[in-house]
Design a protein around this ligand. Structure first.
Ligand code: CMP
Length: 138
């Protein structure tokens, strides 16, 4: 069973959208196998988004991710990585399809409510960055 990693970002946590987003995840056939609500520190956010460190939005992105609690999640189903990206919708909510989480809940490109791994290698890195093996209960 394929696992993917997700974050419910500060804008969504702040607006009490955790339950609505988890409902979409479970309603679309994913099984949540690990979850925690935490406040990221800047070094942790910078390490997580290290692939973007040369991008002009890196500073704003990493600072934004520390503005309030986030929910870290691992969930699984067949083809979970692609399926979660489809359920999230395009990175910029202005481009997201109807019925996707970002179309329905996101505010803008930065406050886009959710993150998801984009490939198997990034999913493996992102899961292990936040969760130990003993915290993932399939
Ligand atoms: P996420 O899926 O968490 O991965 C990187 C994040 O950077 C992305 O969602 C956006 O919230 C944020 N971001 C800000 N500006 C841009 C941009 N110009 N292109 C892509 N991502 C951006």
């Amino acid at each position: 069973m394929e696992k993917t990693f997700a974050i419910i970002k500060p804008d969504a946590v702040e607006r009490n959208l955790i339950g609505k987003i988890l409902e979409r995840i479970e309603g679309n056939g994913f099984r949540i196998v690990a979850m925690k609500r935490v406040l990221l520190t800047l070094p942790i956010a910078q390490g997580f988004y290290h692939v973007h460190k040369e991008r002009p939005f890196f500073k704003d992105l990493t600072e934004y991710m520390c503005t309030g609690p986030v929910v870290l999640l691992v969930f699984e189903k067949e083809g979970a990585i692609k399926a979660w990206r489809e359920l999230m919708g395009a990175t910029n909510p202005a481009d997201a399809d109807a019925g996707t989480i970002r179309k329905d809940f996101a505010i803008d490109l930065e406050k886009n409510s959710v993150h998801g791994s984009d490939a198997r290698d990034t999913a493996a890195f992102e899961i292990s960055y936040f969760f130990s093996q003993t915290e993932i209960l399939s």
